[in-house]
Design a binder for this molecule. Structure first.
Ligand code: FMN
Length: 402
């Protein structure tokens, strides 16, 4: 390799994101914590109520250990998988993360570009500060649109029509938000006041902004609180950014809505938020092309089970009739490998990439995806398994009581 190429390689990962400063996702979380005001960091990091489900999502991966096959040489390790007919470089998809543009001005556009460069799919949340057309244009890879019914059916039909014309390849319908979970950190930090309140109501919460000048400057240059560019009310234009509690209060989706959605969206529908065999079967009956076993990253019903714990039940119930994805608590490539061994086709990454976005925009997402990809390959080689498609439960020790 020439000097130039070496310099080029070094430049592609900024020193602040390279090893030894950033070795794992926890390092990106630490950088995000340093860059963001408390209100934004806690919005990203926190969960509902006592955060039991949030913690369990991560912890439960430790209950499952590996059964490696030793003394196996693997000249080529194949990490690829296919989800909804799209090839992914390794079995991960970027989950919808609302308010991404508050974390970094690049927001959803930056994340979609990093996903494409890593050979992965990206899911755009309804609660997005960038126009869906701009996000689609930022990636030549698969991009999915996640739907909340904020603003009602007419508004949703407008967004779905735009998503179809822009070339989104799947519609993700999130079913676990009849109301917002009680994310206790948000009201304490003044999330609602900072996003929409009067200047007087904001005052008590402003000091956290001034102690994070790097974030504040980029936020102000980006124009301050963004509009919700994909929730366009006829005759009024894009909705103003609102507090998540207010947004999700309007977001409830029912099985009856699925029939209406099947009429207006002819592409694949992914049902996100399944936690039981019964709901998995119902989603299949309603025509879901894939389901996501998810508890919204522990942000909705605290006390809901960890997703890895219910994955086997759902995989058994689905019995190959649809693709099963999962999310929640994935922070290492070994977590991804465990989920695949249990029968998931791929995982959705939530905070794992969003910490990178908050820490350093697109470069941070790229670093997060690089870490996870390398983890997956190393884990497969240490397991003596040549490919993601060859993974199964024989590579795991599963607790007897599961
Ligand atoms: C800050 C944040 C915002 C989120 N916004 C949305 C959203 O707009 N729509 C949605 O379906 N899920 C949303 N989720 C849930 C994620 O899509 C995903 O299910 C969850 O983050 C997975 O858990 P993990 O963060 O532990 O990986 C959000 C999660 C976080 C952390």
């Amino acid at each position: 390799m020439s000097r130039q190429e070496i310099r080029g390689t070094v430049r592609s990962t900024p020193r602040s994101l390279a090893s030894p400063r950033v070795i794992n996702i926890h390092d990106l979380r630490r950088l995000a914590h340093g860059r963001l005001p408390k209100v934004v960091f806690d919005y990203l990091d926190g969960g509902a109520e006592s955060e039991v489900t949030l913690r369990e999502n991560c912890r439960v991966f430790d209950d499952v250990t590996f059964r490696p096959r030793q003394a196996v040489a693997i000249p080529e390790c194949d990490l690829r998988t296919r989800v909804l007919s799209a090839d992914l470089a390794f079995p991960a998809i970027l989950a919808p993360i609302g308010y991404s543009r508050l974390m970094h001005p690049g927001g959803e556009v930056a994340a979609a570009t990093a996903a494409e460069e890593a050979g992965l799919a990206y899911t755009l949340s309804t609660i997005s500060g960038h126009k869906l057309e701009d996000v689609r244009a930022a990636s030549r890879g698969p991009v999915w649109y996640q739907l909340y019914l904020v603003g009602g059916r007419e508004v949703a039909e407008g967004a779905i029509d735009r998503a179809r014309r822009a070339g989104f390849s799947a519609l993700v319908v999130t079913i676990d938000t009849p109301v917002a979970g009680m994310r206790e950190r948000d009201p304490r930090n003044g999330m609602k006041e900072l996003l929409g309140g009067s200047i007087f109501s904001k005052v008590p919460f402003l000091p956290q902004m001034f102690t994070h000048p790097r974030w504040l400057v980029s936020f102000l240059i980006d124009g301050g609180v963004p509009k919700l560019e994909n929730i366009v009310v006829p005759g009024k234009g894009p909705m103003s950014l609102m507090d998540v509690t207010a947004a999700l209060a309007q977001a409830v989706v029912t099985w009856e809505d699925m029939r209406w959605l099947k009429r207006i969206w002819t592409g694949p529908i992914v049902v996100k938020g399944v936690l039981t065999a019964d709901d998995a079967k119902r989603a299949i009956d309603e025509g879901a092309a894939a389901i996501v076993v998810s508890n919204h990253g522990g942000r909705q019903l605290d006390g809901a089970p960890a997703t890895l714990r219910v994955l086997p039940e759902v995989v058994a119930a689905v019995n190959g009739q649809t693709e099963v994805l999962m999310d929640g608590g994935v922070r290492r490539g070994s977590d991804i490998v465990k989920a695949i061994c249990f029968g998931a086709r791929a995982v959705l990454l939530g905070r794992a990439y969003a910490f990178g976005l908050a820490a350093a925009g697109k470069a941070g997402v790229t670093r997060a995806l690089e870490i996870l990809r390398d983890d997956v390959e190393r884990t497969l080689r240490l397991l003596g398994c040549p490919s993601v498609s060859a993974l199964n439960s024989s590579y795991l020790n599963i607790p007897k009581h599961w």
